[in-house]
Each structure stands twice: as structure tokens, then as C-alpha cells.
Design a protein around this ligand. Sequence first.
Ligand code: NAD
Length: 692
Amino acid sequence: MDNVTYACQGEIAIATIDNPPVNALSLGVRAGLMDAIERAGADPGVKALVIIGGGKTFVAGADINDFGKPYAEPSLYTIIDALAACAKPVVAAIHGMALGGGLELALACHWRIAAPGAKIGQPEVKLGLMPGGHGTQWWLRLAGPEAALEVATSGNPVGVEAAHKMGMVDKLADGDLLAGALEFARQLAAEGRGKRDIDALSAGLKNVDSQLFADFRKKNERKWRGLLAPQKIVDCLEASCHLTFQQGAALEKAAFQECERSPQSRALIHLFFAEREAAKVAGLSPTIKAAPVASAGVIGAGTMGSGIAMALANAGIAVTLLDLSEAAVSRGMEAIRKNYATSVARGSLSPAAADKTQALITASSSYADLAAADLIIEAVFEDMAVKEEVFRQLDAVAKPGAILGTNTSTLDIDRIAAATARPESVIGMHFFSPANVMKLLEIVRGAKTSDTVIATTMATARKLGKIAVLAGNAEGFIGNRILGAYGDQADFLLDEGALPWQIDRVLQDFGFAMGLYAMRDMAGLDVIWRIRQQQAAKRLPGERYSPIADRICEQGWFGQKSGRGYYRYEGRAATPDPEIEALIEAASAQLGITRKPIADEEALMRILCAMVNEGARILDEGVAQRASDIDVVYAYGYGFPAYRGGPMFWAEQYGLDKIYEAVCAYQRAHGDWWRPSALLAAAAKGKKRWPD
Ligand code: NAD
């Protein structure tokens, strides 16, 4: 078979999996493994079989191209059965990764040896799935219920050194892995040690205290809100304590199939592919190469600038952090120091690693220090005149070819670029707060941004561990423009009869990480207020406008930082505020609106439809390259529930025709704010899908 080579060294057969890049369990690999198991079993000269991965890894999991398709034979189950029936010892030799189905293959082998530094894990939960090839049963019996719960519900891999202590790996290789595996196999064959006695491994399980599972569910209640797969995993592990291995495996398979059929898994798999698609820039010549970025500058040592400096340093890039004065930059450096100290105190970073990373960040108050930087990112006040001045100075000092990025959230990239004599080097890099943590980076191409600058910025984003999405230079780009649309719609709902805590509850029940109004309070209401004031002149006569947000700001209530906003705060704890209720009622009266109760379903649908209609407009205008990019922006930057796949995927599942009808009905009832996007209309009448 092409993907598995079979050879013998003396009395030991070796099956080497060869399916680059990650030896995924494709049909070719599965067929090759079946063949090897049968050959080794039938050959009287063979005493044991070693299964090993060629290249960089053992097996990193199922073949992603098989997702959602019927599993062709031989399936992993068939291989597992063949291994169980094999009378000769079978050893899995693990290096790199053994993940998901790859780990289950290794677990079905009778014994496991691993190379130092290798990792094993069950990442299925990240795709809304769970182990389905006996993974839960082996973890439970070899490593115990605590480890089984942790590994299967987090999806995070475990180093083989720890896995060895847990009992998941039998031996650690101290030299060449294949040589160690052959030696181990010879020894097992000589001692006549075949499969392990599963019943003996299961003996203690029935005494496991069920409180353990109840506590684990409680601990993760918030994190798992609305999620099916982790709940199924815990149920399966708990029930399996009282079942035989085979009964537990049958239960696992049924639960796996339920997860596989669930809309959640489809949504998470959609995002998995969407994330990869987002990295592709349409129309970029394949000969364009990203330039190396070894050093960077950041201008503005405030909230965003210090976070961006950390994101760069964490990726090993040396950073010069600059602000107007030494005092201002010292404040930024102090915030950075505190941030690393917290990571060390939490145990997520070693003191040595923190020191090494922090040492990459140098403070400065002189533009001359940026002369050698490959990439410079501006994060000063959101004010066009200030940004133009910064870019004029940058133009004077930056070396030719340096990328000049701006972290503006609302301003016109082309105007900023026009302050330089090299607009081709200017690009938007819209980070999200906190910039060293949030995964999303909107990269905004200006009219003149060069292809090399786009390619280098996309590659740098990957180096920073970010998920980059390319956006066009339109007000609000992708994320904030949609936020503006559904934020307005939510405000209209307040005018008509809803209250902020109702809207927030409805959004959280749908699965949003946070309610809209709680989010505004956290970001600071004054920032958006300033933007609204700037935009006031552009508002058309008769255009619908809710005055509530302005009324709140006029009280000096700017959200969490001032203790009051849409909510009242004690620390971060928010409580509904009767004075806000009165303020909203007064605003409705002033608008001449008779308030009436708004059903939760109506509130939710109006907000989601506003999101989707604006998303369709953005797509139609080419501000987003593809519908799935909008989903990535929303799932990673705006708290949209990943298990619903993002607003555009959700809309397709719901039915674009039904969304279109709802938008038309809202237009009839509430006016032209609801004009349906031409693309939504066309998609609703056509294939009922967004264009590819
Ligand atoms: P901030 O007020 O915390 O920091 C701005 C910093 O820039 C201050 O330290 C200030 O001293 C410095 N500065 C001002 N003018 C300067 C100049 N001419 N030269 C050098 N330094 C100067 O603001 P922030 O929240 O970090 O926002 C910075 C930028 O990032 C803005 O464009 C904002 O729209 C954008 N942004 C903010 C967020 C957010 O959540 N805060 C998110 C995305 C983007």
C-alpha cells in the first residue's frame, strides 16, 4: 500500500505510515495498516509488529477531508478490531503527535513507546466532537477518571513524559525510537506478553465517587454553556465506570455519532476551515514572498500599544516602544512588567522566559530609534491629525521597505497613508484588546498597499499566533461596521420597549460570550460617544437615531471605569439600574414612542438579521473577501458563539430566504433602515448560499 510500508527486521515486522504532512488516517493509511496487521498476523516468521510514523510525527488525527463524509472501509473501528484480534504483540512507536484517531490507533496497539518531547491528546472536542474510537475507555482505564475528564474535555495535548506517569505510555525511548521499539517488541514477544487484561484495568472504576463528575460539571458550567460535546464526554465517562470496556465503547460510539450529527459540530468544522481560508488573499500573485520581520517599533504605549509590543515580543520579535515622553512610555513599560509578573505568578510562564521576552522590549521617546525596524505599528490616539503627524515623522525615519501599520479602529487608511510619500507601505493592523491575548487581527488594505506588504503582514500575524482576516478600507472595516449596525438595532429596541439587561440576556442565551451593553460598558462609553459626535454631521435628516447612549454619557456615566453605564457596577459586577430604566423611558417619550414589551425572540431575530444584512452588504462591497471571513471575525473578535459558526454560517443554516423575508417584513414595519442588501436578496432567491 502506498501510505504504509511494510518491512521486517528479524522476527519483528515494521509498518511505517507515510502520509505527509501529518500522517492523517486517510483511507490509504487505514488500508495499509489493515494489510500490515494481517500480514504480520499470518506470517509465522513474525513474532511482533511495530507501527511507527514516517516523517515528523506519528498520526495527528483523522483526515480532515473525511469530515462529514461516510467512513469508507476499513474504518478505524475495523483496524481496532483487527488489533484486538491479533495474537502477536503490537507496539505503537510515537514521536511528534498522536492525536484524536491517531492516539486511538496507538491505544488499540497493545503497547506504546514514545520519544521524548512527543505529545498525545484528544482534540475532538474543539470540533464539537468527542473521542469515538475507544479513546474515552482507554483514558478512563489507564490514566483514571480525572485525567480522562481533563484531556477529553479540554482537547489540550499532554507531553508523553506526563502521559508515561499516567500510564498512557508504557515506555520512554532514550535513544533512537525505532531501535527502542524493536527492542521492546522483541522483549514482549520473548516473554509472551500480548494484550493487557482489560477487565483487570476496569476493576477499580465502579468505586469512583460520582461526586467527582458532578464537581467537574459544576467547575466548567460557564465555559460549557450551550456546548454539547463536553457534556457528552462527561456523561460517557461517568456511565462507563459501571460498564465493561465493550459496553463503554458502544456508549462512546453512540455519543460520538450524536455529536457528529449535531449542528454544533458542523459549525465548528466550518470555522476550522474558515480560519484556514481566511489566510488566503485572493488575487495575490503566488510569486509574492513575505519579507522577514525581525525587529519592530510600536508608537503609543497606551492600552493597545503595550499589548501589541507584548504580542510581538512573545513571538520573539525585538520591539522599540515609543511614546511622547519618557513618563508616558514608562507607564506602558510598567503595564507590560505587571502583565508578565501576573503570568509568572499564575504559573503560565517561567520567570526565565518572562525575563527573556521582556528584554526584547526597549523603551524610547525618539523616532530615530525606529530607523532599523522592519515593521512599525502606530497605536496613538484615535485622531486623524495626530495620526497624520505620526506618519509624517515615520516617513522621515523609517527605512525603505519598512511596513507602516496603523491600529486605527475607525479612520481612513488611505488618508493616513497620504501623509507619507510611500502609501504602498501603509496598512491597517486592527488588533483587539487585550492585544497580547485576543486571537483576531483585521488587516486592512489601503488603495495603494502593495502585495508584498499584505503578504508580509499576513505572515507576521501568523507568527504572532493571530488569526488574520483581510478587510477593505471602509468605515469600521468588517467587525466594527457590523457591530455598528446591530448596535443601532439593539438601541432601537430600547427605544421601543426593551431594556439593556433583556437584550444582554437574550444574546447570552444565544451563546454570546457577553451582552452588547455589558461589552460597551467594558470598552468605555466615552470612546463611542466621541465617534458619534464626529459622525453627527453625516447623519441624514429623518435618519433614525436613538438618543439613549448620548443621554447616558451626558450624565458622566462612561461604563465600568466610572462605576455606572448601562449598568451600575461594584467592581466588575453589574446590576440593572432603575435610573437607566427611567432614562430610557424618558427617551422613548421624547421620541413619541409608546413603549411595549418586546418578545425575546423578536429582539434576537432583529439583532441577528441586522448583523447578517450588514454582513451581506460588506460582502457585496468587497470589504470582506468571503462570507466565512466575517464568521472568523465574529467568532474570534466579537464573542459570537463559535458553536453556531459565525453570523453568516448561522444565516445559511437558518435559511437565507427566511432571513430575507424577515428583513423585508422589518422594512415594511420599521422603515428603510432595513433595506435588504442586494446580495441577500439574490442569495435568498437563488442558491440560498453565500457566493463562494
Ligand atoms: P490610549 O489612550 O490607551 O493610548 C494612546 C497612547 O498614545 C498614549 O500613551 C499617548 O501618550 C500616546 N500618543 C499620543 N499621541 C502620540 C504621538 N504623537 N506620538 C507618540 N505617542 C502618542 O489609547 P488605546 O486605547 O491604546 O488606543 C490606541 C489606538 O488603538 C487608537 O487608534 C484606537 O482607536 C485603537 N484601538 C483601540 C482599541 C481598544 O479597545 N482600546 C481596540 C482596537 C484599536
